[in-house]
Design a protein around this ligand. Structure first.
Ligand SMILES: *[C@@H]1O[C@H](CO)[C@@H](O)[C@H](O)[C@H]1NC(C)=O
Ligand SMILES: *[C@@H]1O[C@H](CO)[C@@H](O)[C@H](O)[C@H]1NC(C)=O
Ligand SMILES: *[C@@H]1O[C@H](CO)[C@@H](O)[C@H](O)[C@H]1NC(C)=O
Ligand SMILES: *[C@@H]1O[C@H](CO)[C@@H](O)[C@H](O)[C@H]1NC(C)=O
Ligand SMILES: *[C@@H]1O[C@H](CO)[C@@H](O)[C@H](O)[C@H]1NC(C)=O
Ligand SMILES: *[C@@H]1O[C@H](CO)[C@@H](O)[C@H](O)[C@H]1NC(C)=O
Ligand SMILES: *[C@@H]1O[C@H](CO)[C@@H](O)[C@H](O)[C@H]1NC(C)=O
Ligand SMILES: *[C@@H]1O[C@H](CO)[C@@H](O)[C@H](O)[C@H]1NC(C)=O
Ligand SMILES: *[C@@H]1O[C@H](CO)[C@@H](O)[C@H](O)[C@H]1NC(C)=O
Ligand SMILES: *[C@@H]1O[C@H](CO)[C@@H](O)[C@H](O)[C@H]1NC(C)=O
Ligand SMILES: *[C@@H]1O[C@H](CO)[C@@H](O)[C@H](O)[C@H]1NC(C)=O
Ligand SMILES: *[C@@H]1O[C@H](CO)[C@@H](O)[C@H](O)[C@H]1NC(C)=O
Length: 686
């Protein structure tokens, strides 16, 4: 351990320099797949008419994943191998037919507008009563709830894929657990009816937050960050890779719904003829094929000037797995993708460690992670351990790659995949599982009045306190952003997160990193819950990274930071991208692959009218000044918007005053409640 630390420290000193040089401004990837990326393949990796099918090994079992898992021409559906986890209940589903029928009839009656007992304006009350019916069934016969969910979905035409989405093999088991445990007639139910049942209830306000006694110590009056070293190191920030190992070159890229470039997903108006053949290197409607994956991973060292040296370290803000429909997912596909990509990152990104956060697509069921108290509450231990397979896989991969120690890996297994690393250079990296504040994670709808039922934010606050006590700075790494337009995060947990950031900024929290939106964005955190958002109250900034996946309508890109080796403030950010609209021309040839080009320097692009010494960092104060510059010169928002989509030809403009004002509001919003106060509808360029 000590030896490792010394090596790490020496390597960091060797890499730190007073000015850093980048590589070539342009990188043209080879037109042939680098066959040494993997030890062996199920097919010919250099054929141009199909994607490589590497042999990938399950890190826990040592077994190779079978070709059938990723075979693009025969995608497995309706996974039956994985365990289904249901709360305890007395009645076997085979005996519960009449109960299901009765529950179905009761809900139909509740939904009937002629049912005058409910008045004419009581959608929310009807929805809550419907949830109570579902809960009674969950308690009496848990295994029957998916049957009811599918019947209701079909009746109300919620979806055209009801069984595949809500059946026992998909989200049915998750919904059952939530109904059994949630306060469906109260705050939990109001949130469920707002988010999952056609907005039938208005969104209830955030719970009052009582911070008395929350922090171990008051914020020190004399808190200050260390002085800069003047030495810079390189840190890579990559996000949302979304590898699609089932990508089928020349399949339909203009499919009518869901993930395109899949052999089983045609355009419904043109079943027998492909309208737009999927390019070999990827497309705007598709996730990352292996050919694009390896082009990007080869471009990164060449463009950043880290060939042979590696980065000081890499930040990965989550989402490895493709956007498959629910019934094409399985634990195996998650484990396969985790093993494949973390193996490639190890091989291509050089020697520095990689610190990662779990993304909502890196779980099965999608976006699901359950608070551990769930098992205790319902008296069934496996409810609280149902995601351990994933935390164990990730922790083992990270440890095997020498990115984290075995102690830290044990911490990750016990903290939903999140962990804390006190680096010998004085930086504490804290990664958190933001599925626990993501709107689409059904498990978050249990005990929602509480701000932190999982304990994840308690963990974060305790680690920040430890950093303060040790005089360290901290970087926080997560996937789902805490604010922006407020459309992704839940209110209560991110309201608490915001107060934690205030308490430990700016002396401890140097930077925060998120992904999830696939877009190049940022958000600023202020003192006193942003009651007076100004340069003087700006305390921290979150950098939201562009994605590798082009989904949807975006180019593919990545970023590198120049970081002070003592303060861990960011001095500049460099972003590169490749133009996805050029990919069609690269089919059927082996002369060249995608061209990656330099997009922009954050420091050079913004803040021209901000008085800011060349040695001062791009911290929250600077970013607030930049938002003031955006107010003065709205055309800069159009520049920001172009960068947001990585110069995609499909990005919309943002030139009207409503859009400009909304975006500036998002930039100043670090929590769900704050983001929701902004005018909605301009958050994304997709
Ligand atoms: C409601 O009542 C009207 C008029 O009697 C009838 O046409 C309609 O079918 C009823 N709707 C339902 C859902 O029962
Ligand atoms: C509900 O019914 C009352 C009385 O008929 C009527 O005044 C009111 O406008 C109705 N509300 C809605 C939302 O339809
Ligand atoms: C998968 O499940 C769906 C919905 O239940 C069904 O329609 C389909 O036939 C099943 N497919 C296979 C291959 O089992
Ligand atoms: C807030 O929490 C503190 C400490 O737990 C408690 O003493 C106080 O009564 C609480 N205040 C309110 C308004 O609930
Ligand atoms: C801040 O004040 C505390 C208590 O007086 C003291 O122990 C600590 O050294 C001070 N820290 C700095 C950075 O001045
Ligand atoms: C994509 O499909 C739609 C129909 O679903 C069609 O209108 C459109 O022209 C197609 N675009 C291309 C480029 O094929
Ligand atoms: C940079 O470009 C030059 C000229 O095209 C080329 O010879 C060299 O290999 C490139 N370096 C890298 C790191 O790609
Ligand atoms: C809700 O979460 C709190 C922790 O925040 C826990 O103490 C409490 O037991 C939970 N309540 C229920 C009903 O699960
Ligand atoms: C940002 O850096 C400037 C210049 O060093 C400093 O004055 C300011 O306090 C810093 N702001 C924050 C939030 O750390
Ligand atoms: C590339 O090859 C595919 C399959 O052989 C063919 O359908 C397509 O037309 C070719 N594209 C070009 C640009 O030659
Ligand atoms: C956005 O504005 C640019 C420059 O005025 C223009 O070329 C482009 O077509 C516009 N894009 C859209 C989607 O309107
Ligand atoms: C912060 O502000 C938001 C938006 O007004 C509000 O909903 C939330 O309750 C506030 N949080 C605290 C801790 O005051």
């Amino acid at each position: 351990m000590l030896f490792q630390a010394v090596i790490l420290a020496l390597a960091a000193i060797a890499r730190a320099q007073s000015s850093l040089t980048l590589g070539n401004a342009t990188y043209v990837a080879a037109g042939v797949f680098p066959t040494d990326a993997f030890a062996s393949y199920y097919n010919s990796p250099t054929a141009t008419n199909e994607q490589p099918q590497p042999v990938v090994t399950n890190v826990l079992t040592g077994q190779a994943f079978p070709h059938a898992l990723t075979d693009p021409n025969n995608i497995p559906v309706n996974d039956t191998a994985d365990p289904r986890t249901l709360p305890p209940s007395p009645l076997d589903p085979s005996l519960a037919g009449p109960l299901v029928q009765s529950a179905f009839n009761q809900i139909l009656s509740l939904a009937n507008p002629n049912n005058t007992a409910w008045g004419n304006n009581s959608n929310c009350a009807r929805c809550l009563a419907g949830l109570e019916v579902g809960k009674s069934l969950a308690v009496a016969s848990a295994g029957s709830v998916p049957t009811l969910a599918v019947q209701l979905c079909n009746y109300f035409k919620f979806s055209t894929t009801c069984e595949q989405t809500y059946g026992i093999l998909a989200l049915g088991q998750v919904i059952t657990q939530v109904l059994a445990a949630a306060d469906v007639g109260g705050y939990d139910g109001q949130n469920i009816c707002n988010n999952f049942v056609s907005g039938l209830c208005p969104l209830p306000p955030p719970s009052p937050l009582n911070m008395t006694g929350y922090f171990a110590k008051p914020k020190p009056a004399n808190a200050s960050a260390p002085a800069p070293s003047g030495q810079r190191v390189k840190v890579l920030h990559m996000s949302d890779f979304h590898l699609d190992a089932r990508y089928a070159t020349f399949a339909e890229a203009n499919c009518t719904s869901s993930l395109c470039c899949r052999a089983n997903n045609p355009n419904s108006h043109s079943l027998n003829q492909v309208l737009l053949p999927a390019p070999r290197y990827g497309y705007f409607t598709c996730d990352t094929p292996y050919d694009l994956a390896l082009s990007a991973l080869q471009a990164i060292p060449a463009l950043t000037g880290t060939e042979g040296t590696g980065f000081d370290f890499t930040v990965y803000t989550g989402d490895l797995v493709s956007h498959d429909p629910e019934n094409e997912l399985s634990q195996s596909l998650i484990e396969y993708t985790e093993a494949s990509l973390y193996g490639l990152y190890k091989k291509y990104l050089g020697s520095g460690p990689l610190y990662a956060a779990i993304g909502n697509h890196d779980s099965y069921n999608q976006a699901s992670d359950a608070p551990v108290m769930l098992g205790t509450q319902l008296g069934q231990a496996n409810l609280s351990t149902q995601f351990s397979w994933n935390y164990d896989t990730l922790a083992t991969l990270w440890e095997n790659n020498d990115w984290i120690s075995s102690d830290v890996a044990a911490m990750a297994r016990a903290h939903y995949g999140g962990y804390s690393v006190a680096r010998p250079d004085g930086l504490r990296i804290i990664t958190i599982n933001t599925d626990l504040w993501y709107k689409a994670n059904y498990f978050n709808y249990i005990n929602m009045t509480a701000s932190d039922p999982s304990g994840m934010l308690r963990f974060l606050a305790d680690e920040l306190q430890a950093a303060e006590d040790a005089g360290e700075r901290a970087w926080i790494i997560g996937h789902v952003l805490s604010g922006w337009d407020g459309s992704n995060p839940l209110n209560n947990p991110t309201n608490l997160f915001y107060q934690i950031i205030d308490r430990y900024s700016p002396h401890v929290v140097a930077n925060i990193f998120f992904g999830h939106t696939h877009e190049d964005q940022f958000q600023i955190f202020y003192a006193n819950n942003a009651t007076n958002a100004s340069a003087a109250t700006a305390g921290a900034v979150a950098w939201i990274a562009p994605s590798i996946t082009p989904l949807t309508n975006l180019n593919s890109g990545f970023r590198m930071y120049e970081v002070d080796s003592k303060t861990f403030d960011i001095l500049d950010a460099h972003t590169w991208y490749t133009n996805v609209s050029s990919f069609h021309a690269l089919d059927n040839q082996t002369a060249q692959g995608p061209t990656f080009v330099y997009e922009y320097s954050t420091r050079a692009a913004y803040g021209k009218n901000v008085s800011w010494p060349a040695t001062a960092p791009l911290n929250a104060t600077w970013w607030h000044h930049v938002t003031e510059e955006f107010e003065q010169n709205p055309s800069l928002i159009q520049q920001f918007t172009a960068y947001q989509g990585k110069m995609s030809v499909l990005s919309p403009n943002c030139t009207n005053p409503t859009c400009v004002a909304a975006k500036i509001c998002y930039m100043r919003s670090g929590s769900g409640p704050l983001g929701k106060l902004c005018t909605q509808g301009f958050g994304s360029v997709q």
